[in-house]
Design a binder for this molecule. Sequence first.
Ligand SMILES: Cc1cc2nc3c(=O)[nH]c(=O)nc-3n(C[C@H](O)[C@H](O)[C@H](O)COP(=O)(O)O)c2cc1C
Ligand code: FES
Length: 462
Amino acid sequence: MDAPEIDENGKGLLFYGDTTVEKCQLVGGQPNVYLLQTSTVLERENQLSPQAGQFYLLRSKRTGVNYGRPISVYHSETGRAEDGKKKVTVQFMMLEKGRGTQELAHLNIGEKMTVTGPLGTPWPRPDSFITGNSKSPEICIVGGGIGVAPVANLASTFPDGSYDFFACFKSGCYGLEHVKASTLEITTDDGTVGTKGMLPAVFTKERVRKAGYKVIYACGPAPALSYVKTVAEELGIRCYISMEHRMLCGLGACLGCTIETKSGLKRCCKDGPVFDSRELEFPKPAPRRKPLEANEEPDLSVDIAGVHFKNPTIASAGTFAFGQNFRGLSDVGEWGGICSKGCTLEPREGNHGERCLEVAGGNMNSIGLQNPGVPYFIRELLPGMLGLGPVVIANLAGSDIESYVEGAKLLDKTDCDMIELNISCPNVKAAGLAWGLSAETAYYCVSAVRVVTKKPLMVKLS
Ligand SMILES: Cc1cc2nc3c(=O)[nH]c(=O)nc-3n(C[C@H](O)[C@H](O)[C@H](O)COP(=O)(O)O)c2cc1C
Ligand code: FES
């Protein structure tokens, strides 16, 4: 069980609260990398200052996201506020990525953000791994892209010149102002700074072996970390890696941030983010596909239940009627599949009154299964659908078991490619409860239909 981060009086050791943005500016000539600075004033003297490798959860007060985003400490200083309280000034180096980091990146000086931390495991100190007698650095640090932030923070805790530092970027460089390495080796994909290429261009097994490093610390993109791990392990060098994973609570409680390790799933926020590389398992990178020839189309086809779709897009039931309405606006023939509006054996008029309402993320509707009935669908609408080109799926709805079975028998005699059994309809013989609401009624309905058709059958639950 995790020990609570509290003192003997039950008071919290972490900071949680709103702080003021002191700096928020682009850095290193990059279009999307920001230096963000804020200060936490601690109520109690025993509250924690961050150690290198730790992170905070950050969230703008003006926000549309529900959870703070984990951002590593790039630099920190502990001093005193005007009232004498312990004050920790923390800098973060942040890549604007999605909604959460975008909100943070566009904060103005003086605005508030919510901060929780410091969290996670720090980098282990190297004192017990290095001899201190070697003429050349025994510590090697590797940072890739924004992963440079937590390792640059670590570097700033070592004496100048006592380590070598390898930094790789796509274009240009940033985050190195506190790095005072014996050798600073930079690579960029486009050659704008340092050696053109990626990490293996400078961080070769031979060079690492000759350097005689006793410990390697690394953070960056997974392929680079996997490479560093391999080199370190083949040479028998101790190696620590800081991992990334999407987080929710950041405190070890929600179990939402687990990563694969040799001893099972571990929480990135609490058991990490810093792990011994020997613990980690990186999935093998997918083999690179042969680049497409000019004018060659990629193969996006998929097979579902023996039916071949030229791509994995299916216009779902009810969204595109019977495929005709969107012709001329969308290239309907390019879709992988098209599913008909749900059809019942008998025609249905549907609901009267308001039928739909726009809500965040889409709409809520109550159409009431308006449809022309299966026989009309087969006679008048299905031929047009079959002429469009995509796989045709007939959505079959029902009210009682007989209507499902009769509808399926009729569809079985057609050229539709699949049947989608819509069991979100009310079961009139079970007080209107949807067929799909219990395993027993779902089983009853699906198995009754299964025996009357040879067509591939899929089931729509809701
Ligand atoms: C432990 C940890 C530390 C991280 N440190 C940083 C960092 O220093 N800078 C950064 O830009 N991203 C860092 N990330 C990645 C961001 O958390 C991630 O890009 C962000 O959560 C994405 O959220 P968004 O898509 O809503 O912008 C870190 C992730 C983890 C798990
Ligand atoms: S984010 Fe909740 S356990 Fe890690």
